[in-house]
Design a protein around this ligand. Structure first.
Ligand code: ADP
Ligand code: MG
Length: 361
């Protein structure tokens, strides 16, 4: 039995199936990230788990106790679940301190100390405790919302894009701090985000959502390196998808012979590589004729500099022992490489593949 179990959850709004059969298992103290495009049902799912809305059918259980079965539902305040919603939803008329301490007993002598501790944990300066929400930046408001949700010591924390109002640097440090905080408190967490990097670095388990369903649920490594289909692959990052024929663990592709992660033979398969699995070495065009058969050469078509990372687009050249490029109709290959890499348009490069390619089912 898992700590949190969702079984065949469905929720429809008029003609829209916001949730169309969701199954999920979350282990005690673990971190799950849900990623998916806008409108795929992420917020609806968290609201159902928190108890702010009820499913049309399906069940939600924590520790073996059923919280919702169809629209028979235990109210939100009895569930012991914290939710930080997308907009923070602070009480505008209360000070920051009273927002954070909303669920704490007013007669408790340790209340103020606890509020100060919570503010400190989420990185808020004590000086703003007397302010009201409208006097805070978006990022500060989200941190107040997080501190308020932590105050009631929930057994499960639901975070709906809580870092989206923060700047990049602050965002990753907050994410780390929150992850450590929740982990040390042993609180299982579900984070909703549309940031793939955030999902992959935060979670033990990533669920990729599409139109009210999970396309794939797995470890960050598995969903990234062994995506179920092209949609999942491309949602989680840049992917190079190539046609291939496979025999004896080797795929014959427009990039030459590539080792793959399956052993069975396939006549018409599709393989996937992540751009960082392909390396480029400068070469000279005179080198091609005498090169070892199977070596892949390409010409740089475009270099787009963006600081630490450059996007380099290459077109394959005819190379010894490989199918004619014109005959296989090979499309340009786009790769992300460290920023200042000295490559310019027209350069000849040698491609090599460091990893086994993934074969789509
Ligand atoms: P996400 O958080 O992934 O962007 P939502 O869960 O907010 O997506 O919405 C999923 C779908 O359900 C969307 O098509 C949205 O318009 C619809 N929806 C969500 N809440 C309601 C509601 N209260 N009434 C009608 N439609 C809704
Ligand atoms: Mg949402």
């Amino acid at each position: 039995m898992s700590f949190l179990e969702l079984r065949d959850l469905k929720r429809r709004y008029g003609a829209v199936a916001a949730l169309d059969g969701i199954d999920l298992d979350v282990q005690q103290g673990s971190r799950t990230a849900i990623v998916g495009p806008s409108g795929c049902g992420k917020t609806t799912l968290l609201r159902l788990v928190a108890g702010f809305d009820a499913p049309d059918s399906g069940t939600i259980a924590i520790d073996g106790l059923i919280l919702a079965k169809g629209n028979n539902s235990i109210p939100a305040h009895l569930r012991g679940i914290g939710l930080v919603s997308q907009d923070g939803a602070l009480f505008p008329h209360l000070t920051v301190a009273d927002n954070i301490g909303f669920g704490l007993d007013r007669r408790d002598a340790a209340r103020e100390k606890r509020i100060a501790e919570l503010a400190y944990t989420v990185g808020l300066d004590g000086a703003i405790l007397k302010r009201r929400p409208h006097q805070l930046s978006g990022g500060q408001q989200q941190r107040v919302a997080l501190a308020r949700a932590m105050a009631s010591k929930p057994r499960l924390m639901l975070l709906d894009e809580p870092f989206s109002a923060l700047d990049t640097g602050l965002r990753s440090s907050m994410r780390k701090a929150v992850a450590e905080l929740l982990e040390s408190a042993g609180i299982a967490t579900i984070l909703v985000t549309h940031d793939q990097g955030e999902a992959l670095s935060f979670a033990d388990q990533v669920a990729v959502m599409h139109e009210g369903k999970f396309s794939q649920v797995g470890t960050p490594r598995d969903v990234y390196l062994k995506p179920k289909d092209r949609m999942v692959a491309e949602f989680l990052g840049d992917a190079l998808v190539l046609p291939a024929t496979i025999a004896d663990g080797v795929a014959l592709t427009p990039l030459g012979r590539v080792a793959v992660d399956v052993t069975e033979s396939r006549k018409a398969a599709r393989i996937m590589l992540r751009p960082e699995q392909i390396s480029l070495e400068p070469a000279v065009s005179g080198e091609i004729a005498g090169a070892e058969p199977g070596t892949v050469f390409a010409e740089v078509r475009q270099v787009e500099f963006a600081g630490a990372i450059s996007t380099v687009t290459v077109g394959l050249l005819n190379s010894p022992g490989l199918p004619d490029v014109a005959a296989i109709g090979s499309a340009p290959v786009t790769l992300k490489k460290p920023g200042p890499n000295g490559l310019s348009v027209g350069d000849v490069v040698r491609l090599s593949i460091a990893a086994k390619a993934h074969v789509f089912v």
